[in-house]
Design a protein around this ligand. Structure first.
Ligand code: ADP
Ligand code: MG
Length: 325
């Protein structure tokens, strides 16, 4: 069982940014409007995330890091009605298998906050009272101390940091009403206002390109199969970066198929350059999307994927044709 837990953990947590993604999704699920992340050595020494969400009940602390502990699902059928990110209760348990994990939290409406430390899924000591503001702080130290090979393979701290920076920048664009801060040691490396406006997050993500000239908005569009909205770069300008960001039902995912199609469209308009920015948010009924394909939940499948991809690529093509007239 111990071994199974460790293997499963290695799949969920592949590097600091995959742990961070799980933690951020938990903070977002908890209704946070402020998320502060601190990293040391690209996250290998320290990942700390502080949110102002509704917090964790003290009674939940002893089992928090047990596998399949989740407050978000009660029956298997619930899987098709998921509206939150979490559902399998695997993230915290996996992280605690490969790192030292500490939770400080004060539940909304409770007078006291608590602190709990975990090793390999279990509490080190009973949770103790701890002065804390409303919300949750999760600290992960010495990632992969249990797995020296994995640790050695992840030695490029600046790349690991960049992965985390990218992740937060993308989430800040999709969640403009949440203020995000990212610290590398003591230095503030990313900050978004959380005022509901996407301009600042977009500027950081695109490293200060000229948004008004280079980016075209695709307003929310309802179709037979889905609802989508987004922003794409104007093919007349060379952005000098290639960035494809797709959220499905509020979750950052990968879709190599859609990315390939988008790449081909831009190739038609600007044959010599291969740079573009495309951000698409797709909403589909939760029973039509299968997020359970892969442990990291990155790859999604929808029941009407080909229709949805066709609608979106047609729209992008139209928008680019108009802007090139
Ligand atoms: P899941 O998100 O799949 O439920 P996790 O292992 O990610 O599983 O988290 C386990 C549980 O811990 C969650 O269901 C939630 O109740 C609680 N939790 C984790 N992080 C937070 C947080 N930042 N704020 C409030 N509750 C949290
Ligand atoms: Mg979760």
């Amino acid at each position: 069982n111990e071994t199974i837990n460790k293997i499963a953990a290695g799949e969920v947590v592949q590097k600091p940014s995959s742990a961070l993604k799980e933690l951020m999704e938990n903070s977002i699920d908890a209704g946070s409007t402020s998320i502060v992340v601190k990293l040391k050595d690209g996250g290998m020494t320290l990942i700390q995330i502080i949110d102002n969400g509704f917090g964790i009940y003290v009674d939940d602390l002893p089992i928090l890091c047990h596998r399949y502990t989740t407050s978000k699902i009660t029956a298997y059928e619930d899987l098709s009605r998921l509206t939150t990110f979490g559902f399998r209760g695997e993230a915290l348990s996996s992280i605690s298998q490969v790192a030292k994990l500490t939770v400080c939290s004060r539940r909304q409406g409770e007078a006291l906050g608590y602190k709990a430390e975990y090793v390999c899924g279990d509490l080190l000591n009973p949770p103790c009272v701890y002065a804390y503001d409303k919300g949750t702080c999760i600290t992960i130290e010495d990632l992969f101390y249990t797995n020296p090979c994995r640790k050695r393979a992840l030695s490029d701290c600046s790349e690991l940091f960049r992965n985390c920076w990218d992740l937060i920048a993308k989430y800040s664009l999709h969640y403009p009403h949440i203020s995000f801060k990212l610290f590398k040691g003591d230095s503030l490396e990313l900050k978004t206002p959380g005022d509901g406006n996407q301009d600042e997050p977009l500027k950081s993500l695109l490293k200060n390109c000229n948004i008004s000239r280079e980016i075209i908005e695709i307003p929310t569009t309802k179709t037979e199969f889905c609802e989508y909205s987004g922003m794409i770069s104007n093919s007349q300008y060379s952005l000098k970066l290639k960035l494809f960001v797709i959220f499905v039902n509020g979750r950052l995912v990968d879709s190599n198929d859609l990315k390939k199609l988008v790449n081909e469209i831009y190739g038609k308009f600007m044959p010599k350059s291969s740079s573009f920015f495309v951000y698409i948010s797709i909403k589909v009924p939760s029973n039509e999307v299968d997020v359970n394909v892969h442990p990291t939940k990155l790859e999604v499948r929808f029941s009407k994927e080909s229709h949805i991809f066709a609608e979106i690529t047609t729209r992008i093509q139209e928008v680019l044709s108009v802007s090139n007239d």
